[in-house]
Design a protein around this ligand. Structure first.
Ligand SMILES: *Cc1c(COP(=O)(O)O)cnc(C)c1O
Length: 472
């Protein structure tokens, strides 16, 4: 304790001044979110990049946040942003972020409110996915991390708990997924030391994994002395939004003795959409694990994802470990069980549950259901408008919220790719719309993944008009 009652230089010296400055800044932030339409992505000017250098500026931090930070976000709150798969963020996030600052929660374990809240969020998610009460989960940065956790549990089932001590030795584990699988699965396979050559791509029929081809590949790998252990089902591929038939995959996984993991980063949320979109994920309840994000199609602020594991024992077996300095107590702060550090990679971890909880409690589940269903309708609308525009063409069926198209199908493949790339860049830089691009049948195409609760039909019209204009 300091004897002279001085405030630490790391706390405000004048709380009243700090409070009024912070209130004014909060208003500026709210103004921007309320008027998200006026804040498309824009490139960061060179002088702004330079001003980030630590210790070089005199203006107050709130002034600099207003001039150098707020205008240069990634653009995802804007109603005409459909690039990659990025959620819009929610105003309820203001509340959760404030509460998180003041409580400064470490959610790795121990006994405090956020642990119970996280369990409630996981439990709600578990119910939406149709998992049994014996399932467990943990909130993570996103589907990339969720996938590592799920695959680690799958590997432990294949090789036994000793794998944690001895590594996997000479065993060649093999995993399977369709060609549309996200790079996150490949990364997880690499990180676990399985080697990405052992993630085999199974052919598809109408965008869905061909389960008889899968059975053939598994037999082949058994015959060569390898150990097939995992099949990844796609609930919404990142490129074109294709959904595997999860019931067929669950049958195949049972017959072939494979762990079924579902990558539902965004598409898992069709579970709370209305018909017919909800049916896309029928069978997800039969998976061994599911990875999903709240920061994409639940619109929750970055970052927040979740892994669910059907069997809590298998989940814990892959991660639980409590050295002496983390022993739980019978009571007090070190009490409480389970601790989330026994379910994943991180020990110290923030209170991610709060932003999901505030979102659900503020707007209600029906509002999410409507927004997700509405995004699917808008993707279908986009496809129909593209279809009736001269020379534009939708290049993959629109299953849910992803629409991929070319701006001019009459051009040769290379010229189409160049045109679509140029259009996406022009529209981004003009602040008109954000499409990303991807390859479909060797052609670079424009791609919209509508995970945006602010998009209206008129936004689609305006963006497609901008595409036409840019096409020239
Ligand atoms: C975004 C995405 C991922 C990766 O998730 P992150 O939250 O970005 O880590 C994995 N799979 C699919 C289908 C995705 O769309």
């Amino acid at each position: 304790m300091s004897s002279d009652n001085k405030t630490s230089p790391l706390d405000p010296q004048d709380w009243d001044a700090f409070r009024s400055e912070a209130h004014a800044f909060l208003d500026a932030c709210m103004d921007q979110m309320q008027n998200a339409r006026d804040y498309p992505w824009q490139p960061v000017p060179e002088e702004v990049k330079e001003r980030f250098a630590i210790g070089t500026q005199n203006a107050s931090v709130t002034e600099r946040l207003k001039s150098d930070v707020l205008p240069y976000g990634c653009g995802s709150p804007h109603p005409q942003f459909w690039g990659w798969v990025q959620g819009t963020g929610l105003a309820s996030g203001f509340l959760s972020e404030m509460a998180n600052v003041v409580t400064n929660i470490n959610c790795g374990g121990r006994d405090h409110g956020a642990v119970y809240m996280e369990r409630a969020v996981i439990d709600w998610t578990r119910q939406q996915m149709g998992f049994p009460e014996t399932a467990s989960g943990v909130l993570v940065t996103g589907t990339s991390q969720a996938t590592v956790i799920a695959f680690a549990a799958a590997r432990l089932r294949a090789l036994g708990a000793n794998v944690r001590k001895t590594g996997q030795g000479d065993v060649r584990l093999v995993a399977y997924a369709s060609g549309g699988v996200h790079n996150a699965s490949k990364k997880a396979i690499e990180l676990l030391g399985i080697g990405s050559d052992n993630l085999r791509l199974v052919p598809t029929v109408d965008g869905q994994m061909d389960v008889s081809a899968l059975a053939g590949m598994v037999a082949e790998d058994h015959a060569s002395g390898a150990k097939p252990f995992l099949v990844v089902g796609n609930a919404g591929t990142v490129d074109i939004g294709a959904f595997d038939d999860l019931n067929l995959l669950a049958d195949a996984a049972e017959n072939l003795d494979l762990w079924l993991h579902v990558d539902g980063a965004f598409g898992a949320w069709t579970r709370i959409a209305e018909a017919p979109y909800r049916c896309l994920t029928d069978g997800i309840e039969r998976a061994d694990s599911i990875a999903l994000d709240y920061h994409k199609w639940m619109y929750v602020n970055y970052d927040c994802g979740c892994v669910l594991i059907r069997d809590e024992d298998e989940h814990r077996a892959a991660f639980a470990a409590r050295p002496a300095y983390l022993q739980g107590g019978a009571r007090g702060l070190s009490g409480g069980d389970p601790w989330f550090c026994d379910y994943g990679i991180d020990l110290s971890r923030g209170n991610r549950a709060l932003k999901v909880w505030t979102a659900l409690e503020t707007y209600g589940i029906d509002a999410f259901s409507q927004a997700i269903t509405g995004n699917c309708h808008l993707a279908a609308y986009m496809a129909s408008q593209v279809g009736s525009a001269q020379n534009m063409r939708v290049v993959a069926p629109v299953a849910s919220n992803v629409c991929v198209f070319t701006a001019d199908e009459t051009l040769a493949a290379d010229a189409q790719s160049d045109l679509n790339q140029r259009i996406s860049e022009d529209l981004q830089e003009n602040g008109e719309a954000v499409f990303s691009t991807t390859l479909v049948d060797g052609v670079k195409v424009l791609r919209a993944a509508i995970t945006n609760h602010r998009t209206h039909q008129t936004d689609i019209d305006a963006a497609l008009a901008a595409v036409m204009k840019a096409r020239g």
